[in-house]
Design a protein around this ligand. Structure first.
Ligand SMILES: NC(=O)c1ccc[n+]([C@@H]2O[C@H](COP(=O)([O-])OP(=O)(O)OC[C@H]3O[C@@H](n4cnc5c(N)ncnc54)[C@H](OP(=O)(O)O)[C@@H]3O)[C@@H](O)[C@H]2O)c1
Length: 238
């Protein structure tokens, strides 16, 4: 896909990996609809990236709001070429310390929200004459288990299953689906669990460049899944 002038949606675009992906796509000439709950931070991102970045304040777990936004924004003549399902949350707690609310939050944000927006976007993508691409941000914890991560692992194993079924379903429509599974990334993601970003984690900008590479592959070439790890994940010794 040639990225210049393409229309992209990036969920969780206010910070971390989503912000880096939005920035990389804007620099490639895409119009990027950046979705997140915090509209103020999204406006700051627009100040930085310019008018190609469209800030959209939306809670991805609100199915009705997400689907209404899709209907109000797009049509068969103006549809997205790219959907990056990136918004997510994580915490580490033993199963008995995980509240019902936390369990549902993880499932709703990391997994159910992918269904809410993807099911609304795919009819528009099917109507397009050029190829489209959906990238789901999973995790290395969608491949392997970790102690005190039942909710996160269950949701990210789900993202992998969703992606695998979706790529088979959508390939006849010229729509690519990729599941990108990173190890630890240098963002504030796990701060609530006492895990702080350090230099030996993956850098969001490097992963954003990988996303660009995956999007720019020739039309008949599909990278359907990727696992990306830091070579040495341990914090640097001072
Ligand atoms: N960091 C890691 O080590 C790591 C490793 C593997 C995979 N991942 C995955 O990578 C993705 C991005 O993580 P990150 O590290 O960039 O996290 P981050 O810095 O915490 O950013 C998360 C983003 O998601 C948005 N978000 C969260 N809940 C939302 C909701 N209900 N509705 C709309 N937006 C929501 C946040 O914005 P608002 O708060 O404004 O809504 C923010 O923009 C996630 O799917 C995560 O599971 C992260």
């Amino acid at each position: 896909m040639v990225l210049d002038r393409k229309i992209a949606i990036v969920t969780g675009a206010s910070k971390g990996l989503g912000r880096a992906i939005a920035s990389a796509l804007v620099h490639k000439g895409c119009t990027v609809y950046g979705l997140a709950r915090n509209g103020q931070v999204l406006s700051q991102v627009q100040n930085e990236l310019g008018e190609l970045f469209k800030p959209i304040s939306l809670d991805m777990t609100d199915c009705k709001a997400v689907q209404s936004w899709v209907v109000e924004t797009f049509s068969e003549d103006y549809g997205p070429d790219i959907l990056i399902n990136n918004a997510g949350l994580g915490f580490f707690k033993s199963v008995d310390k995980t509240s019902l609310e936390e369990w549902h939050d993880a499932m709703n944000t990391n997994l159910n929200a992918l269904y809410y927006i993807t099911s609304a976007i795919t009819p528009l993508m099917k109507a397009r004459s050029t190829s489209c691409h959906i990238i789901n941000i999973g995790s290395i914890l969608g491949h392997i288990g970790r102690s005190e991560a039942t909710a996160y692992c269950a949701s990210k194993f789900g993202v992998r299953g969703f992606s695998e079924a979706l790529y088979i379903e959508l390939r006849p429509y010229n729509i690519k689906v990729t599941c990108l599974n990173p190890g630890s990334i240098e963002t504030d993601f796990f701060e609530s669990s006492g895990i702080f970003p350090h230099d030996n984690m993956l850098h969001p900008e490097d992963l954003a460049n990988t996303v660009v590479h995956v999007l720019e592959t020739p039309d008949n070439m599909l990278i359907n899944e990727l696992i990306i790890r830091p070579l040495n994940p341990k914090p640097p010794t001072k």
